[in-house]
Each structure stands twice: as structure tokens, then as C-alpha cells.
Ligand binder design. Structure first.
Ligand SMILES: Cc1cc2nc3c(=O)[nH]c(=O)nc-3n(C[C@H](O)[C@H](O)[C@H](O)COP(=O)(O)OP(=O)(O)OC[C@H]3O[C@@H](n4cnc5c(N)ncnc54)[C@H](O)[C@@H]3O)c2cc1C
Length: 314
């Protein structure tokens, strides 16, 4: 980043009291624990500060990425010459009757506990996501037949510098996707609706889901969740069938417990993980003719150049 631009950015952040770190790196900000240094990481701790930060970055044409809990991203090992805006401190939510309004950085797990306390059902899946509500909305995250699409009423987003309310219909939720994933618009807050039930019933469902997840997925290892997806096919079963469990490149490995996960077992680099993803894509294509899509969000990768499918356009 041009040093004059960086100086301006730092002085603006000081003025609006947003913490700016010059020593941040993606390995500390992601659940998989890999990725290179970041020119500057910004930690707004209130919604108006987040809005001001985003407006400044846009006006100054600074390249930036938004990060929630970093549980669905793989950042390259190279230097990221831009800003990472971390939302986790913008994390309030309020519950009124069946409705919840959550700021983008609210913890999905904390929200699920509040829903259980109030006996509201429909958000039990949130207890299984190491996510922020904003990150979950962008990727329409979900599990056990529940997902964000089922509960979102509307989203307030930053679109080209303007704050706009977007109805659920216009969020264009799709399997692990949304309009925001395509556009790069930033989700500021999410309004959701749940259904009345009883605290005991909700807690029971949460416990069942969490137990199932813990028994089938490597939750204690460093990962970014499932690395690949396909709308109609359970890829992990096929990856397992091809014998990839335990397949290793450098410090990364296809999980022995769940073939959809790639885990950082020994100081993996992002390149190790990326290469495994491409190997799995190639194998799924060659063996089953299945075009798997990358579920983890790649940051600072020349994806088009190296992606297995880049030279195999349909
Ligand atoms: C152990 C484990 C289990 C998982 N299980 C599941 C599961 O069962 N189901 C499932 O769907 N996922 C699962 N995941 C993946 C991940 O938790 C979800 O995709 C989650 O929704 C990502 O949220 P996040 O806050 O961490 O977003 P991040 O990973 O920080 O960001 C993901 C993407 O969204 C963007 N983004 C984040 N916040 C915003 C915002 N406010 N506005 C605009 N863009 C934003 C980022 O730029 C990035 O492109 C799992 C991950 C792990 C590590």
C-alpha cells in the first residue's frame, strides 16, 4: 500500500478510534491457522465505526477483505497488500419476541444459546458453526437441514458505500451462497425470525446436533470446514471412496475422520491446503465427472490461474 495512503488510513482510524494493527497475519485470524502477513488489520468495535471504516477504504480505493471468525477462508501465504476488516467486535444482538436483530460480528454460538434460553426454535444449527452471523449469512451456512435462508427476514448491507436494507428474497440465498457472496457487499446486520418452542426441547436438539457433529467431524483440529461442495452430491463420501482419507501434502491432510475436511496437522502452509483441494477436484472430475466447487473462500490467491477447472471451462 502506498505509504501516504497507509498514513492517511492510520490517522483516520485513530480519529474514529478503530484499532489498526500492522503486525497481523491471516494465520492468527483464521481457524485453519495458515496465511501470510497483512498490511493492516482493522478491528472496529461498533457498527457506526465499521460503516465509517468501510466508507474510508472505499473512498481511498484501498483493497480490503472482511473477516468474521475466519472459519471459511484460506488466505495465501503471500503478503496481503491491503486491509483486513475484522467484524468480531461488532457483535451485539437483540431478541424481541420471535425476532432477532444481530450485528454482523455476533457469534453464531452465542446467539444459539440465547435462542435456547428463550425457547425459540429454528436456529439450533447456529450452535454448530464457529462463525459470525454475517459470515453465516454470506455463505448461507447451515447443517442438519437448517440454514440461514430459513430464518433470515432481511439484511442490512453496505452496497457501494450506501447502507441498504435487502429483503430475504433479494438476498438470493442458494446452496452455500448469496447475493453478497457474488457482489462483495458487506453484511452489517441480519434480522431473523424463529418459532416458539420450549428451552428444554431446543437444548435437546442442540445437544443432539453437536454430538452428531463431534462424532463425525474433526472439530478439535484446525480446519476451515468442508473444502469443496456440490449442490446435489455428498462429496465427502466420494472422496472417502477414492481412498483420500489421510492423504497428505506438507503439513496438511485430508481428515481421517471426515473426508470433506482438510486439516492443518503440522505447520501447514496455505499452499499445501490449496494443492490438496486441487488434487481432490481433479480426482472427482476424472473418476466421477463431478465438477466440485471450492467452498472455502480464497483470499489473495491467483485462483483462475491455478484452479483445476480454469482450463476446462464448460
Ligand atoms: C470445524 C468447522 C465446522 C464447520 N461446519 C460448518 C457447517 O456445518 N455448515 C456450514 O455451512 N459451514 C461450516 N463451517 C464453515 C464456516 O464456519 C461457515 O461458512 C461460517 O458461516 C463462516 O463464518 P465466518 O464468520 O467465520 O466467516 P469468514 O470465514 O470470516 O468469512 C467467510 C466469507 O464471508 C465473507 N464475510 C465474512 N463476514 C462478512 C460480512 N459481514 N459481510 C460480507 N462478507 C463477509 C468473508 O470475506 C469470506 O469471503 C465450518 C467450519 C469449521 C472450521
Amino acid at each position: 500500500m502506498d505509504s501516504a495512503v497507509l498514513d492517511k488510513l492510520l490517522s483516520r482510524m485513530k480519529k474514529i478510534r478503530v484499532e489498526a494493527r500492522l503486525d497481523a497475519s491471516f494465520d492468527k485470524l483464521t481457524t485453519i491457522g495458515t496465511g501470510g502477513k497483512i498490511c493492516v488489520a482493522l478491528f472496529p468495535d461498533a457498527l457506526p465505526k465499521l460503516v465509517k471504516t468501510l466508507r474510508f477504504l472505499r473512498r481511498s480505493r484501498v483493497n480490503f477483505v472482511v473477516l468474521g471468525r475466519g472459519s471459511n477462508v484460506l488466505a495465501s501465504d503471500g503478503f496481503f497488500d491491503g486491509a483486513a476488516v475484522v467484524t468480531t467486535r461488532v457483535n451485539n444482538f437483540s431478541v424481541r419476541g420471535r425476532y432477532v436483530v444481530a450485528q454482523c460480528g455476533a457469534s453464531a454460538a452465542a446467539l444459539s444459546r440465547a435462542l435456547a434460553d428463550r425457547g425459540l426454535t429454528g436456529g439450533e444449527f447456529l450452535s454448530c458453526l464457529p462463525a459470525t452471523v454475517g459470515g453465516a449469512a454470506v455463505g448461507n451456512a447451515g447443517c442438519f437441514d437448517q440454514c440461514m435462508k430459513d430464518v433470515v427476514v432481511s439484511v442490512v448491507a453496505m452496497q457501494k458505500g450506501k447502507v441498504r436494507r435487502v429483503s430475504a428474497k433479494n438476498c438470493q440465498f442458494a446452496f452455500r451462497g448469496s447475493a453478497f457472496k457474488q457482489s462483495g457487499d458487506v453484511v452489517l446486520s441480519v434480522k431473523m425470525r424463529f418459532q416458539p418452542s420450549s428451552p428444554d426441547k431446543v437444548r435437546e436438539t442442540v445437544a443432539r446436533m453437536r454430538e452428531k457433529k463431534a462424532s463425525t467431524q474433526p472439530l478439535n483440529a484446525r480446519s476451515a470446514g468442508c473444502v469443496l461442495f456440490h449442490e446435489n452430491v455428498a462429496l465427502s463420501r466420494l472422496i472417502d471412496e477414492m481412498g483420500f482419507k489421510g492423504y497428505r501434502i506438507g503439513g496438511a491432510q485430508v481428515s481421517e475422520k471426515h473426508a470433506g475436511f482438510v486439516v492443518n496437522i503440522d505447520k501447514s502452509t496455505s499452499l499445501d491446503i490449496y494443492l490438496i483441494i486441487q488434487r481432490l477436484k481433479a480426482a472427482l472430475w476424472e473418476r466421477y465427472g463431478i465438477r466440485a466447487r471450492t467452498e472455502v473462500r480464497l483470499i489473495n490467491f491467483a485462483e483462475d490461474e491455478y484452479d483445476f477447472f480454469s482450463k476446462r471451462k464448460e
